[in-house]
Design a protein around this ligand. Structure first.
Ligand code: PLP
Length: 412
């Protein structure tokens, strides 16, 4: 890996360059674009993903199980690449479940979360032997029925809506009124019902938030999560096999963002693991990460198709935009729009800078990839690269909006 060169935003420095071209997965960008056959496309670097997983395994204490949350990037090749390197997969739909099974992950190591699972999806999960994370009392009844229909004993875990949230998160997914999970106060009653039903109780799933860069806040939330799980475990209808404490590990997107202090998180997790091992010797402690595993390994590449000036500003019009990459346009979960790290992928050595706006082809001012961003002077035909695009990219974007073609995806 090339060291970050001064002046370059950190995410851009994570990739090599060759003769002024960005290199992804060992392939020069001009050659990669030719190989893909058209722009725009997403490219994911398999070595980068593997490196990140190795780094996680080094920093997290032994006996912490690492799961990948498939929804961050469900491209089958990506899931297939990650599956052999992690201890489990977490899915959020029937199709993600198929992607996880196709990737060769053992069904006992797959869990299925999400409110409003359909009866068909529940049947699929039960038939496959996947753990269903129960999100409501109604769902418990549906899983029980699925077990009777299929003459199987469904594996279930309880998704708990904790009575706290992960502060300073990009997205809160726990604490207060929530569509996720079962309120902590109601969980004992659900555990009693599981005990009376023909269900194979596995454990707890408690997810408090996403995209957090503050190790101190993550550590605090993880400790509270383990406290809650250990308290609820006293009412468990059988041995607790796993406690999934979610993830929330963030990646830096913007100039003042600092990378997460993974080692600090790892040290604190060792204490949590010890507490779990002492109280529940049969339970494994699981962290479930999506963005942190794939987010920095991916780029979105589009081509400059026009360059124009208006009101004294320069606009680079590209063939890609909001319909492919909603998050980079600032319309997916951000409160203040900021630019994702951008580069001209065929002018990486160019020192000159020009302040431009990078826009897409859609008829809406929201279709903005870069506002007043300093880039090398670009020409029609140049390749604009959006970094930090490996997670919540294509499948988190409204690809049908304005009926343009979908982006390609490659794992290099
Ligand atoms: C989305 C999700 C994750 C992954 O979150 P990241 O921020 O991508 O790491 C983990 N667990 C659950 C339950 C989720 O819904």
């Amino acid at each position: 890996m090339m060291a970050n060169s001064p002046g370059k935003p950190h995410p851009i420095g994570q990739f090599d360059t060759e003769d002024g071209f960005l290199v992804i997965g060992g392939v020069r960008l001009d050659r990669l674009a030719a190989r893909v056959g058209r722009t725009p496309f997403y490219a994911y670097d398999r070595a980068h993903i593997s490196r990140r997983i190795r780094q996680l395994k080094r920093s997290l204490p032994k006996n912490i199980h690492l799961h990948y949350a498939v929804k961050a990037n469900p491209m089958p090749a990506v899931v297939g690449h990650i599956a052999p390197q992690v201890d489990g997969l977490d899915v959020a739909s029937g199709r993600e479940m198929n992607a996880a099974l196709n990737a060769g992950m053992e069904s006992a190591l797959i869990s299925f979360a999400g409110p409003g699972k359909s009866v068909t999806e529940i049947d699929q999960a039960v038939a496959a032997g996947i753990t269903v994370n129960l999100e409501s009392a109604v769902e418990l009844g549906r899983v029980e029925k699925a077990g009777k229909r299929l003459s199987l004993r469904p594996r279930v875990a309880v998704r708990v809506n904790p009575d706290f949230s992960l502060r300073a998160s990009g997205m809160h997914m726990g604490g207060g009124a929530q569509q996720f999970g079962i309120d902590a106060a109601r969980v004992p009653e659900i555990l009693d019902r599981i005990g009376r039903a023909d269900l194979d109780f596995q454990g707890f799933h408690i997810f408090a938030g996403s995209q957090n860069l503050r190790a101190d806040l993550l550590i605090e939330a993880q400790a509270k999560t383990v406290d809650l799980a250990l308290a609820l475990a006293k009412r468990a209808p059988g041995p607790v096999r796993h406690i999934n404490i979610g993830g929330g590990f963030g990646i830096p997107y913007f100039p003042n963002d600092r990378s997460l202090d993974l080692r600090a998180v790892g040290r604190a997790l060792a204490a949590s693991r010890d507490r779990v091992e002492a109280a529940l010797p049969q339970a494994r402690l699981v962290v479930e990460l999506g963005r942190y595993i794939v987010g920095e390994a991916g780029v979105y590449v589009c081509r400059v198709v026009d360059r124009k000036t208006s009101g004294g500003e320069t606009f680079l019009v590209t063939d890609g935009g909001l319909h492919h990459h909603l998050a980079a346009s600032g319309n997916f979960g951000q409160t203040i729009r900021r630019n994702y790290p951008l580069a001209i992928g065929n002018r990486m050595n160019e020192e000159r800078r020009k302040t431009v706006n990078v826009v897409g082809p859609l008829c809406t001012p929201l279709d903005l990839l870069g506002s007043k961003v300093d880039l090398p002077p670009a020409r029609v035909g140049d390749l604009v690269v959006v970094f930090q695009s490996g997670a919540y990219g294509k499948t988190a974007s409204p690809t049908a909006f304005l009926s343009h073609p979908e982006p390609e995806e490659v794992l290099v």
